[in-house]
Design a protein around this ligand. Structure first.
Ligand SMILES: [Fe+2]
Ligand SMILES: [Fe+2]
Length: 254
């Protein structure tokens, strides 16, 4: 497929998400995995909603407070939609644990947010970057979900809200921080990239650690086993007499 066709297919999704579309299709195709992911997305959206309620509490800007409250209600609704869909899909059998979080993290990643520490500007920059990334991901998820029209419909529905979140956060960022909004956006992007790197690095570290331990098991342990066997052969069987001076009192340790 040409890159132009891909672009049309996944709308404004980032090139990275578009390239990963086959991976996302593979991840979502499996019904058990889909349920797990929907449940996790549900959690992330609801957590994001809670953070936004807190943001509405701490901001001194009345317009932002109203927008954050609307936004929080949306995220709450998204959480419910994901959970309801997961519940509808669950057919009694417990699904296996599946974690491919480093490559397809759940939703926004608003969980990285420390609401109380942020100014209106940094908060909006963080939200904008997170919402943009969610909108891009959800667009690809919707497009690869042709095997499950009900789930696809949910992503389509949610996507409309995410577009709104993405747009209002940028407009408001430019309003509250007309001079610094660009640098604030870059800082938010970089911190997001850094977190993605950390996620990838820790996943990789797990794999490498497992590999090295396996090698150690096969390379370092055999000589010890061999020495132990050899020493065992030299040992005499049965009772062995000890020196008489070690044999006098049982009240002392030595
Ligand atoms: Fe959402
Ligand atoms: Fe959102």
């Amino acid at each position: 497929m040409s890159s132009h066709a891909l672009h049309r297919r996944h709308g404004n999704a980032t090139p990275f998400d578009r390239i990963l579309a086959p991976v996302h299709r593979w991840i979502w195709r499996d019904p058990d995995r889909r349920v797990q992911k929907l449940l996790r997305f549900g959690e992330t959206e609801t957590d994001g909603g809670r953070d936004l309620l807190r943001a509405a509490e701490v901001t001194a800007d009345p317009l932002l407070r109203r927008l954050y409250l609307v936004h929080a209600t949306d995220e709450q609704r998204h959480g419910q939609l994901f959970r309801k869909r997961a519940a509808a899909m669950l057919s009694g059998s417990p699904a296996p644990e599946e974690r491919a979080e480093w490559i397809a993290p759940g939703g926004h990643g608003l969980d990285d947010l420390e609401v109380d520490q942020e100014s209106d500007g940094t908060m909006l920059a963080f939200l904008h970057v997170a919402e943009r990334s969610a909108a891009s991901r959800f667009m690809v998820y919707r497009d690869v979900m042709h095997f499950d029209p009900a789930t696809r419909g949910i992503f389509d529905d949610i996507l409309r809200d995410e577009m709104f979140h993405m747009n209002y956060t940028l407009t408001q960022l430019v309003r509250v921080s007309p001079e610094r909004h660009r640098s604030q956006l870059w800082r938010a992007r970089l911190s997001r990239l850094w977190k993605a790197y950390l996620r990838l690095a820790s996943a990789l570290a797990g794999v490498i650690g497992g590999f090295i331990l396996t090698i150690q098991y096969f390379v370092l342990l055999p000589p010890f086993a061999w020495f132990a066997k050899r020493a065992g052969k030299r040992e005499q069987g049965g009772w062995i007499p000890i020196a008489p001076e070690r044999n006098d009192s049982l009240r002392r340790e030595y």
